[in-house]
Design a binder for this molecule. Structure first.
Ligand SMILES: NC(=O)c1ccc[n+]([C@@H]2O[C@H](COP(=O)([O-])OP(=O)(O)OC[C@H]3O[C@@H](n4cnc5c(N)ncnc54)[C@H](O)[C@@H]3O)[C@@H](O)[C@H]2O)c1
Ligand SMILES: O=c1ccn([C@@H]2O[C@H](COP(=O)(O)OP(=O)(O)O[C@H]3O[C@H](CO)[C@@H](O)[C@H](O)[C@H]3O)[C@@H](O)[C@H]2O)c(=O)[nH]1
Length: 461
């Protein structure tokens, strides 16, 4: 079948290419001419493992096309996915929904026959109903544009797999589960190849529930990460080890080990802005008290970045003036080049403000990092970043950092201090090689009679 996808960023380009992979004819639409030009050439304008291969395959076969022309898109198909950005509004917690509104306001008057607009962007509850109003206002007489919601749960770094083999598909329809409409028919047809090859649960519900499922999922994941990071603060103070603790509580299937990775906390273009937007929307709905705990989730998360900076200052003997810090990692997580709200870059920026000479390396995110933080120092390899460093700080758990040879780093670095912001490094190996290894959330064990626990996060040689 034919479909369009509005927005060709991390979500939209992946969705478009994966829909083509499922056998559909897809037209990707964006307002960014330069991005569309690259996509037309079969290039993915960001790093996402596995995406370049399928995108190029379907651009070459002609099944996947790109345009900036809304009129062409309106004519191309009756099913239109919307995956444009919904960033945090400047100076506020609320989400900026102007991009989704823009798509609906511009597309609706161009429709010459009934069509279905399927929102995939993450939006505040109530947005779909508002967009239906915008569509009704703009659409030509005799034409119906139905707005439905189909939130996306893909993770960057696993975007192709998550799209082609999702855990579940959630579909929000104005009439809920009972609705039989063109929207139901077209969305079912779009996902039929997934359900035939590798079935997953499909939850058909009302619009509000579908919108809330998405932000609730992200709020839960953020809460789980902040829970373990709050516990890690106590671990540091008590001389306990948060990684062992996480393993132990994670063995209870009711808890589960995933998303109990303590360290620098969550960043990226989703979790931070989505919990803030959720709080803002709950407030607008008069349910603000229900979500106030998310404020704590947010502040625990932001505290980890400050704690990392304090630990670095401590490791440097109380001041960063005249010190060089190698920051390994710039992306908000490994296997991505995304630096939106990146804990790694935030820490690098704070270290630099405190007087450190900061040299950042990331295998994929250097260009994005340079564009956002042009004044930081950058290196072309991990070893180059460590050259002359007093401290080596791992801020994103890329496999190549985990596999670094302590002897090779020792040959170029000035100091012998490794700070592990992600609890990902083989600390024993580094200690055996003569390094002082310090990790967030892992205190020094206290033995009977030894008095107060050693303060904060130090597993020293
Ligand atoms: N990135 C993810 O992993 C992910 C996963 C699930 C949900 N989401 C949600 O998906 C949405 C998009 O996120 P993203 O990370 O892909 O953002 P992004 O910034 O990478 O991409 C957004 C794209 O929309 C385009 N755009 C803006 N206005 C437009 C318009 N009027 N018409 C056509 N294109 C327009 C932009 O040029 C940009 O290319 C957000 O709501 C986000 O919360 C993202
Ligand atoms: O145990 C953990 C797991 C993750 N993180 C951090 O949390 C952030 C988010 O990680 P992840 O959720 O894997 O990345 P995203 O690609 O942002 O995906 C989230 O946000 C998307 C956009 O809404 C959703 O679609 C996904 O389901 C949801 O996992 C990153 O900074 C990670 O480093 C931790 O600190 N500890």
């Amino acid at each position: 079948m034919r479909m369009t996808v509005f927005g060709t960023g991390y979500l939209g380009a992946t969705h478009a290419a994966c829909m083509a992979e499922l056998g559909h004819e897809v037209l990707g639409v964006d307002v960014d001419e330069a991005k569309i030009e690259r996509l037309r050439r079969g290039e993915v304008p960001f790093y996402e493992p596995g995406l370049p291969e399928i995108l190029r395959k379907h651009v070459d076969s002609g099944r996947l096309k790109f345009t900036t022309d809304y009129a062409e898109a309106a004519e191309f198909a009756d099913l239109h996915f919307i995956g444009v950005g919904t960033p945090q509004r400047k100076g506020e917690f609320a989400a900026d929904t102007t991009y989704v509104e823009d798509v609906v306001a511009r597309l609706s008057p161009l429709l010459t026959r009934d069509a279905v607009l399927v929102g995939k962007s993450t939006v505040p509850v109530g947005t779909a109903v508002r967009l239906q109003g915008i569509a009704d206002w703009h659409v030509r007489s005799g034409v119906r544009a139905e707005v439905v919601w189909n939130p996306e749960f893909l993770r960057e770094g696993f975007a192709v797999k998550d799209t082609l083999t999702p855990d579940r598909i959630v579909i929000g329809l104005p009439g809920g589960e009972q609705e039989q409409s063109l929207a139901r028919e077209l969305v079912d047809e779009a996902y039929a190849p997934i359900l035939e090859s590798d079935p997953c649960p499909v939850i058909v519900t009302d619009l509000a529930t579908s919108e809330l499922v998405k932000v609730s999922a992200n709020a839960f994941l953020a809460t789980k990460i902040s829970f373990i990071n709050a516990v890690s603060e106590v671990c540091e103070a008590a001389g306990a080890d948060v990684t062992v603790l996480a393993d132990a509580i994670g063995m209870d299937p009711r808890i589960g080990r995933r998303f109990l990775g303590a360290g620098l906390g969550f960043g990226g273009g989703c979790l931070p802005k989505d919990i803030r937007a959720f709080m803002a929307r709950a407030g607008e709905l008069g349910a603000d008290e229900a979500m106030t705990f998310l404020r704590e989730v947010d502040s625990i998360n932001m505290r980890r970045r400050e704690r990392m900076v304090d630990l670095t200052v401590e490791a440097c003997g109380g001041t960063l003036i005249g010190k060089t810090v190698a920051v390994l990692g710039a992306a908000f997580k490994p296997n991505s080049d995304d630096v939106r709200d990146s804990p790694a870059l935030n820490v690098a920026g704070m270290l630099s403000l405190k007087g450190a000479q900061t040299v950042v390396f990331d295998p994929q995110a250097l260009d994005n990092a340079r564009a956002l933080f042009p004044t930081l120092g950058y290196a072309e390899s991990a070893l180059q970043a460590c050259d002359g460093a007093d401290v080596v700080l791992v801020a994103t758990e890329w496999a190549e950092f985990v596999e670094l040879d302590p002897a090779a780093v020792a040959e170029v670095a000035r100091g012998r201090i490794l700070l592990d912001g992600r609890n990902c490094m083989p600390g024993d190996t580094w200690r055996e090689a003569g390094w002082t290894y310090r990790a967030l959330g892992r205190g020094v064990p206290v033995r009977a009679g030894s008095g107060t626990p050693a303060r904060a996060g130090l597993v020293t040689a």
